[in-house]
Design a protein. Sequence first.
Length: 184
Amino acid sequence: MKLIVGVSGATGIVYAIRLLEVLKQAQVEVHLVLSDWAVYNLACETDKSLEELQGLACVTYGNKELDAAIASGSFLTDGMMIVPCSMKSLAAIAHGYSDSLIVRAADVMLKEKRKLVLVPRETPLSRIHLTNMLLADQAGAIIMPPMPAFYHRPQTIEDIINHTVARILDHFGLASGLTKRWGQ
């Protein structure tokens, strides 16, 4: 399996880190793109270095590398997820404004009818945010805000993060075993 992971500048980079750890363990070929603000949030929100994060991917790209392989529909992948997805990236995706590699790769997923999971991280949501989510959904994206569930009785922040990551991976047919499922 070959997946693209975009990490934009919204808070919540811990979701991306855990996702990348699980994908590496599952031996998925990951192509990683980080926005400048994602790198900033990595330093603000975690003790991980940029090198550690990039080491979880097979290939990394700069967000300005619009000539990268993942910017083309001829580069075959099984899909993409943007975790977390900032409102700026969401707006650009919803309106086809491909001025960065994250947004261009997402645009490719939509035009090629490949899976695109967006994990928007903002609250409260304005009408503009909601409209952009609707437009992205209508274009074919899956909108998955990281809203915690409690039926699995989380005990730690990691349990909450794992639940969201497991739900993201479900959309790509990857069973992670990270969380208890409803009714189990």
